[in-house]
Ligand binder design. Sequence first.
Ligand SMILES: Nc1nc(=O)c2c([nH]1)NC[C@@H]1CN(c3ccc(C(=O)N[C@@H](CCC(=O)O)C(=O)O)cc3)C=[N+]21
Length: 326
Amino acid sequence: MLRTRRARDSRELLPDHADLEVGGGLPGGGGGGGRETIESVTATLLDGKAAAAAIKDDLRARVKALAERGIVPGLGTVLVGEDPGSQAYVNGKHRDCAEVGIASIRRELPGDATQEQVEAVVAELNADPACHGYIVQLPLPPQIDTQRILELIDPDKDADGLHPINLGRLVLGYDGPLPCTPRGIVDLLRRYDVPLRGAEVAVVGRGNTVGRPLGLLLTRRTENATVTLCHTGTLDLGTHTRAADIVIVAAGVPGLLTADMVKPGAAVVDVGITRVVGEDGKGRYTGDVSAEVAEVAGAIAPMPGGVGPMTRAMLLTNVVERAERG
Ligand SMILES: Nc1nc(=O)c2c([nH]1)NC[C@@H]1CN(c3ccc(C(=O)N[C@@H](CCC(=O)O)C(=O)O)cc3)C=[N+]21
């Protein structure tokens, strides 16, 4: 069972503070409402699906307001190749667009496309006034120079927020589109009142799409968290994660974070998404956080249902914000 009560502070779930808990008895909550020992505490669900639905409701209203000014926000996607996973993600993005009234601009190229062909599509979207923002779905096939493609995207149409100019803006504290996954994580934590100011945050993973920009985002004055950025060169990962009020795992290593590596009551965010083949021979996606972490954590953003839907909601947000700027 997942608690619906919101964790305001990771320490709140420690036994010393158990008698400070408010209210219990939420409708349909079914819990006994009495004190619980730490062993029986089940983490608050940081529900990315519900949060994304609320964000999409807000965007729908903003898209309507734009329509009155004669503006229809447009999101472009560039998909190269036939990878079923990538196709599924891109389909999801277009479904999201339809839900909030954003126009979809879809470009597809075969898996053996040349560098010039991909560059031509990028140039076309850069020039298209109906396209307020777009993404080039990653990974690209090996014959394509990914860095060169990403640098050719107009930074002001960079819906992912991953263009070097925009990552530079993030470093410098200038305005620009923010990377979707880091932005989605911060938004999710804020919605559930997980305090960031003064919090010790362990980020596991230094990748360009999540860990690295997340460290930058969390250490801005507006977030004011203290970040320890852990990576494959970290000698004793558990020392760092156990000291953290918030642990965010974006390593791509299934089950990397185990219960013994988490301070009781801490918030845990699972960003991992790795395709594994189960004992039944079926492929499925798995996160970086072991299941038993939910018995120690105060709050948890699971995979699926946590960060993924927030990433998609932030992609839409970046496009609507760009359209609002005119
Ligand atoms: N240029 C670019 N931008 C990306 O943002 C980008 C990319 N390339 N390449 C691939 C990764 C992966 N990614 C996901 C987004 C949402 C879910 C998602 O919504 N997942 C659901 C489960 C899957 C589902 O139900 O469809 C969940 O976590 O609940 C997953 C993965 C974006 N990526």
